[in-house]
Design a protein around this ligand. Structure first.
Ligand code: NAP
Length: 247
């Protein structure tokens, strides 16, 4: 169990912005960040610069992850029990869950393991995007509903992680444009698809992409955050509908 007797933080704390975190941590501490997001990397840099001993944990989904400040460990912990064992064996002073808003299993495991080991846990969670004037959002609750909401015979920018795209293969009438950082290990299961190996661009680049690929509709999840928002702004600019999977 972590020795947090003098630690003033409540057992579980939610913040939306990395700048809220350093005042909660002073003085220097051993910090374990559950990462895989831009905010997690920014937070690691911020905390390392302030003298904290930072380790970032990644699931290992990206073949060549960008370097992060501090130490890096890669790979799952073996479920909630495995993570609790990890925390008991190498207890951080504070655990920061900075995983993606849709990485729900890891967040649930973190809550469970932190409670069991008495490790203070901060959840860094991006605010979700809110609909603005000019947005044409079709809001759905699940990926299945998103698939079924796609109109027939259209071209779709499928802005989802690779582990979430398989169920869209049933829509053999649709042409999917799929963006991936790493090329897929197996051929994509779609009847009609174009693969783009790139990171999301800024609003200008996203506008060019949507126009050049003659996209009729975007499918994405309400991830929040600045980077992925460019496609939403570009869709608003072009008057394109977005099928938005809620949290
Ligand atoms: P998930 O469904 O919540 O987690 C699945 C399993 O992956 C977890 O049970 C855990 O394995 C392992 N895992 C997840 N995050 C980990 C981390 N930071 N360090 C070590 N192990 C981790 O997560 P996911 O949706 O597959 O996302 C995986 C990673 O990609 C996360 O780090 C997340 O921040 C990042 N990411 C996700 C998305 C998304 O759309 N979901 C988008 C961008 C980035 P064990 O049970 O074996 O511990």
């Amino acid at each position: 169990m972590a020795d947090n007797a003098s630690f003033p933080l409540p057992a579980f704390h939610v913040v939306e912005d990395i700048t809220s975190i350093p005042p909660l941590l002073a003085p220097a501490r051993n910090i374990l960040i559950l990462g895989g997001t831009r905010e997690a990397a920014d937070l690691a840099a911020l905390l390392a610069a302030l003298g904290h001993h930072v380790t970032t944990s990644l699931a290992g989904r990206t073949r060549e992850p960008k370097p992060v400040a501090g130490a890096l460990r890669i790979g799952g912990f073996g479920g909630p029990d495995g993570f609790a064992r990890h925390l008991a064996d190498t207890p951080p002073d504070v655990l920061i869950d900075a995983t993606h808003p849709f990485a729900r299993t890891m967040s649930a495991n973190a809550r469970h393991a932190a409670e069991r080991t008495g490790t203070p846990l901060i959840r860094l969670e991006r605010a979700k995007w809110e609909r603005e004037v000019g947005d044409i959002w079709i809001e759905v609750a699940t990926l299945e509903q998103a698939r079924d909401a796609i109109p027939p015979n259209v071209r779709v920018l499928l802005a989802l992680g690779r582990q979430h795209i398989g169920l869209f293969a049933l829509r053999t009438d649709v042409h999917f444009i799929i963006r991936m950082v790493d090329p897929p290990e197996a051929p994509l299961p779609f009847a009609h698809a174009t693969l783009i190996a790139a990171l999301p661009g800024d609003v200008e680049a996203e506008t060019v992409l949507l126009t050049a690929e003659r996209i009729d509709v975007i499918v994405c999840r309400n991830s929040g955050g600045r980077l992925a928002y460019a496609k939403i702004e570009a869709a608003r600019r072009l008057g394109l509908p977005v099928i938005m999977v809620g949290r």
